[in-house]
Design a protein. Structure first.
Length: 87
């Protein structure tokens, strides 16, 4: 194997992508709930729209994870020399 860094990206199997997807889904749900919740719910939280702000934070967190996975991809080697698993 050459030391030139041959291999391929982990892509969708990168755990950062899975975590980002989960945070994005839950974040979007919270943002939608933040917009449609009744005023009685806002009174419980001292006028702060907790669903909206935590949803926005989760979507931003997901965006950071996606950017991290795109800028620093995990490289999986194509083959390994001296693999003795088949013996």
């Amino acid at each position: 194997m050459a030391s030139g860094g041959s291999g391929h990206s982990a892509g969708a199997f990168d755990i950062r992508t899975v975590i980002a997807l989960l945070f994005a889904i839950y974040g979007v749900v919270l943002v939608v709930l933040g917009f449609i919740q009744p005023d009685a719910e806002l009174e419980k939280s001292a006028g702060l729209n907790i669903n909206l702000w935590s949803g926005v934070a989760m979507v931003l967190f997901a965006a950071v994870f996606i950017a991290w996975a795109r800028l620093r991809p995990i490289t999986v080697p194509d083959d390994v020399e001296g693999d003795t698993a088949g013996e």
